[in-house]
Ligand binder design. Structure first.
Ligand SMILES: [Zn+2]
Length: 238
């Protein structure tokens, strides 16, 4: 009679451990997409920053180009003065030449700036392109992972349902209330295994060398024996 109860309790424990396992899997499901979600947010953030940076450079370029046009206009105007024949004073003409040379120097320097800026923009544009490619790849991966996660969740829920049904059936077959109470208490306290099968001289739960009278009682298998060290329920394995 008690042996049958022990078998049932072992079966119950097996089911409970399986349920724990499924619950752990369910808890870990969000981790499957957590990393990639973070990565996508980071890429989006980076892409946003670079695009803003690019727009700022565009504004800067326009401003520099306006400045360049202004310098060209000024040079043109002074050249008209220089070659228009209206001014004949040598000193004044030399002064105009000097001003034109200054503007030309400034214009050269600005043109160099434009080239640098355009190069910077080209690099940035390439970098944005790579980011967008990365983002697309990660979003595709996310979609796949999400589908896998959803499928896993369904499987886990199905397993849990059938385990819970099996648990109730097994639970109802155990009539020894004291045994059930002890088991419930130990499971809560220790998690994992509350009842253990002994096939030598050691408690498999805490590796204590069991006293010979405990072994003797175990082999008789007549009443609930608990390990004097870890309090787990012990049964003799035939
Ligand atoms: Zn023990």
């Amino acid at each position: 009679m008690i042996e049958e109860q022990y078998d049932m309790l072992l079966e119950l424990q097996k089911i409970d451990i399986d349920i724990d396992e499924e619950e752990k899997k369910k808890r870990n499901l969000p981790l499957m997409i957590e990393g990639i979600t973070k990565k996508i947010l980071m890429l989006k953030d980076s892409s946003k920053n670079k695009n803003e940076n690019y727009k700022n450079l565009q504004v800067k370029l326009k401003r520099i180009e306006l400045n360049l046009t202004e310098k060209s206009n000024k040079i043109e105007k002074h050249q008209e003065d220089l070659y228009g024949g209206k001014i004949s004073d040598i000193k004044e003409l030399k002064q105009i030449q000097k001003v034109i040379a200054n503007y030309k120097e400034e214009k050269d320097s600005i043109e160099e700036d434009v080239l640098d800026l355009m190069e910077e923009m080209e690099d940035l544009d390439k970098s944005i392109g790579h980011l967008d490619d990365d983002l697309k790849a990660k979003e595709k991966e996310f979609k796949k992972r999400k589908e896998e996660t959803d499928l896993s969740r369904l499987v886990i829920e199905k397993n849990m349902n059938s385990l819970n049904i099996k648990r109730e059936e097994t639970f109802n077959k155990i009539t020894d209330d004291r045994l059930l109470k002890e088991y419930g208490h130990l499971r809560k306290e220790k998690g994992g295994k509350a009842i253990m099968e002994v096939d030598g001289s050691m408690c498999p739960g805490c590796y204590l060398d069991l006293p010979s009278d405990v072994i003797y009682q175990l082999k008789k298998n007549r009443k609930i024996i608990i390990c004097p060290n870890c309090s787990r329920i012990l049964i003799w394995k035939d």
